[in-house]
Design a protein around this ligand. Structure first.
Ligand SMILES: *Cc1c(COP(=O)(O)O)cnc(C)c1O
Length: 369
């Protein structure tokens, strides 16, 4: 079956005949006298019906996946992959990736837990020979830079390293890292899969079920499991992911094109714009450009803050993947030591009518011309 159908039917449990999936909040399940599992689950930190249903759905949607492990947040999923590496393992990270994942890498580096190297993985990269894991984020936050998953996976495997891809920006629908050779895929469910800015979650998927076993064990023992209710919300969100992504992508591409012609705008970052430095890779590796667009203003920080202060429909808030459009001055969020350009604004393009979004940006940009 195709993604539009799987998104609705994979993992759907109508345990009592209702059209809406049943929500089972119980932490504990009846078992036999010698701990025989009578209902498939014993204790919800280890597994539960709603989390398992969601894992089935996400596994069906992610090309090449043989299993999925859901966590309480995207960063918990990241910690689930990094946490099973041997003590002091060398991990190669991109020069630009999700801020709190970077902070986690630095925190664990301080404790000797891992040895991070930050490399430009958006072009031709030379990997250190003692690398245990290469962490990719493509497209990257916030400049939508792209890594060649297939080429980097080949290089990594040649030196015995594994590859994990944070594919949150692309969702399971727009790219399939496991089919391109990656060992793990991570998504923050909090973004497009949940889709309504009301549930935190994360998932780790892999093509080899054996690679997921230590991740599943770590989740049970460190306790970062997704709650049943958030699993239920994410299952509901995943059902509409294909139709939502179509509109997110169409709106974002339209605004990216329009912003590229605006005199106040210096550069627009969007994978499916011909001006993107890796446009050919985008077309090969992705099915559409996604719903996030970032752009840099000719007037730098001052202009960016003026635009962010003048929007009326876009809301100043972090995150993306909800139905509503958001805008964010990333350098302010990052604070001291910010790596994002001061003149950059990131748009989380929502599902509103694109003309309303354009008109709002037009009136805000008119303030800085
Ligand atoms: C949001 C995000 C995360 C972290 O997800 P949380 O649910 O906030 O923990 C990780 N990677 C990317 C690319 C994200 O956008």
């Amino acid at each position: 079956m195709r993604p539009e159908t799987l998104a609705i039917h994979a993992g759907l449990s109508r345990r009592d005949g209702g059209m809406s999936p049943s929500l089972q909040l119980s932490t504990t399940f009846a078992h036999g006298p010698a701990y025989e599992l009578l209902h498939g689950h014993a204790y919800s930190r280890h597994s539960g019906p709603n989390v398992c249903d969601l894992e089935t759905r996400l596994c069906a949607l992610e090309g090449g996946a043989a299993g999925a492990v859901c966590f309480a947040s995207g960063v918990a999923a990241t910690a689930g992959v990094l946490g099973v590496l041997p003590q002091g393992a060398r991990v190669v990270f991109p020069a630009e990736f999700y801020l709190d994942n970077r902070r986690l890498a630095l925190l664990w580096a301080q404790a000797g837990r891992l040895q991070p190297v930050f490399l430009d993985l958006f072009g031709e990269a030379q990997l250190p020979t003692d690398t245990a894991l290469v962490w990719l984020e493509t497209p990257s936050n916030p400049r939508l830079q792209l890594s060649d998953i297939e080429a980097i996976s080949r290089k990594a495997h040649a030196i015995g390293a594994r590859v994990a891809v944070d594919s949150t920006f692309a969702t399971p629908l727009l790219q399939s890292p496991l089919l391109l050779g990656a060992d793990y895929v991570v998504h923050a469910l909090t973004k497009y899969i949940g889709g309504h800015s009301d549930a935190m979650g994360g998932v780790v998927l892999a093509g080899d079920p054996a690679a997921l076993e230590p991740v599943r064990t770590l989740r049970a023992l460190s306790g970062g499991v997704l709650s049943p209710f958030n699993a239920w919300l994410c299952e509901r969100g995943a059902a509409t992911l294909p139709v939502r992504m179509e509109r997110h992508c169409a709106n974002a591409l339209y605004l990216a094109n329009w912003l590229s012609t605006h005199p106040a705008v210096d550069v627009v970052h969007y994978p499916f714009l011909p001006s993107h430095p890796r446009h050919a890779l985008a077309q090969r590796q992705m099915r559409a450009g996604g719903g996030v667009v970032s752009f840099e203003l000719r007037g730098g920080r001052e202009a960016a803050l003026a635009v962010a202060g003048a929007v009326r429909l876009f809301c100043n808030a972090t995150s993306f993947g909800g139905v509503e459009s958001l805008i964010e001055h990333r350098a302010s969020v990052e604070g001291a030591g910010a790596t994002s350009p001061q003149g950059l604004l990131r748009l989380a393009v929502g599902l509103e009518h694109v003309q309303d979004l354009k008109e709002d940006l037009a009136q805000a940009l008119a303030q800085v011309r």
